[in-house]
Ligand binder design. Structure first.
Ligand code: THU
Length: 160
């Protein structure tokens, strides 16, 4: 028996002013998108903004459904829109702003497992990392240099 030890490094920013201007812009876009979330069942609203290599910013927000599993997370709403509209354009950065509609959320909210898998598909396909920044409705921002860091033992097309 041997052990596999994985070390992953994340960066924590105490507030928005520590971030580069393009990321601050993405946070604004994600916040604007979050306001449009359709989340009457969970009252938990999420906004996502993706910066593409061509300079375009694509946003999304969670879309819920009376048939709960039919809803979709903000990250995948943005991701699939970007994939549909700009199929060959690399995704550089994604910002996620998430939290309760009833109170402030200070804790950074990471993407769910299904969204990590969906983001991974594009990272593997484009052969370059997608930086992921996630936060609550305010407070600390956590940065992962690549989706890969959030999903050890990734399942991808190489295993098919
Ligand atoms: N949600 C997202 O939009 N992204 C995530 O990564 C986690 C969860 C949404 C789904 C649902 O509308 C609400 O948040 C509560 O789970």
């Amino acid at each position: 028996m041997k052990e596999i030890k994985l070390e992953v490094v994340f960066q924590v920013f105490e507030n928005v002013s520590e971030l580069p201007r393009d990321v601050i812009q993405l946070i604004e876009n994600a916040k604007e998108a979050r306001v449009k979330a359709y989340a009457p069942y969970s009252n938990f609203a999420v906004g996502a903004a993706i910066l593409l290599e061509n300079g375009e910013i694509v946003t999304g927000c969670n879309q819920e459904n009376a048939s709960y599993p039919s809803g979709l997370c903000a990250e995948r709403t943005a991701l699939y829109y970007a994939g549909a509209k700009y199929p060959k354009t690399k995704m550089l950065k994604m910002v996620i702003v998430a939290g309760s509609l009833k109170e402030e959320t200070l804790q950074p909210i990471p993407p769910c497992g299904a969204c990590r898998q969906a983001i991974a598909e594009y990272e593997v396909q484009q052969k370059s990392p997608i930086e992921i920044f996630f936060m609550g409705t305010s407070g600390k921002i956590i940065k992962s240099n690549a989706l890969e860091n959030l999903l050890p033992f990734i399942f991808d097309k190489s295993q098919l």
